[in-house]
Write a protein that binds this ligand. Structure first.
Ligand SMILES: [Zn+2]
Length: 198
């Protein structure tokens, strides 16, 4: 028996999620189909509502329910520190440390020629405008310790080398090749405390 085209479409949707292979995608699709219709409708509505209500902050480019986002619009947040991360989910990771009171910038991607992400994909024009406007004393590069992260740190340090900014990066407490988001808050907090000048 061939898989129904509708079921196949659902499986493919799950299969696109990070870390979800074909087998898990099939299990999830069957879970949705076999459960209560009302639960599946709630799930679909929740996805639609969340996606429709989130937007990109015009200043830091994080995804948020408001523009500007709650962090850019919070007067008690310190403009003298700017933390650069790859994605919005990493903003939440840094926030979970409860140590950082500065602001953020979300690059969107790391430099990765193999995956087709070059310097034009990194919103560097927006980053430079934000730096000119806020004039941070320190920029913290909280990027994944991978070849892509290293290439991105190198490129940004070259880009900003004429500016009077203390450019720092996290210590290598995070294992090379590890995902920033899979490390514990404690590991991240240690790497954060031992950050050093690029
Ligand atoms: Zn923002």
């Amino acid at each position: 028996m061939t898989t129904s085209p509708l079921l196949e479409k659902l499986i493919q949707h799950f299969n696109r999620f990070p870390g979800i292979g074909r087998k898990t995608a099939q299990r999830l699709a069957w879970f949705v189909i076999s459960g209560q219709k009302a639960d599946a409708h709630d799930f679909a509505d929740c996805i639609r509502e969340t996606v429709d209500n989130f937007t990109t902050c015009g200043q830091c480019l994080m995804l948020s329910e408001g523009n500007p986002c709650p962090i850019c619009s919070e007067p008690s947040r310190d403009d003298s520190q700017l933390c650069i991360v790859e994605t919005t989910s990493e903003v939440y990771l840094v926030e979970n440390m409860h140590e950082y009171k500065g602001k953020y910038f979300v690059l969107g991607h790391l430099l990765s020629p193999l995956e087709g992400f070059g310097i034009n994909d990194l919103h560097l024009g927006e980053l430079v405008s934000l730096i000119e406007k806020r004039k941070p004393a320190e920029i913290i590069l909280a990027l994944k310790p991978s070849a892509e992260g290293e290439a991105t740190i190198h490129y940004i340090s070259e880009l900003l080398h004429n500016q009077n900014i203390n450019l720092t990066r996290l210590s290598t407490g995070i294992p090379f090749g590890g995902e920033l988001e899979y490390t514990s808050t404690l590991t991240l907090a240690n790497a954060w405390k031992r950050r050093y000048r690029v």
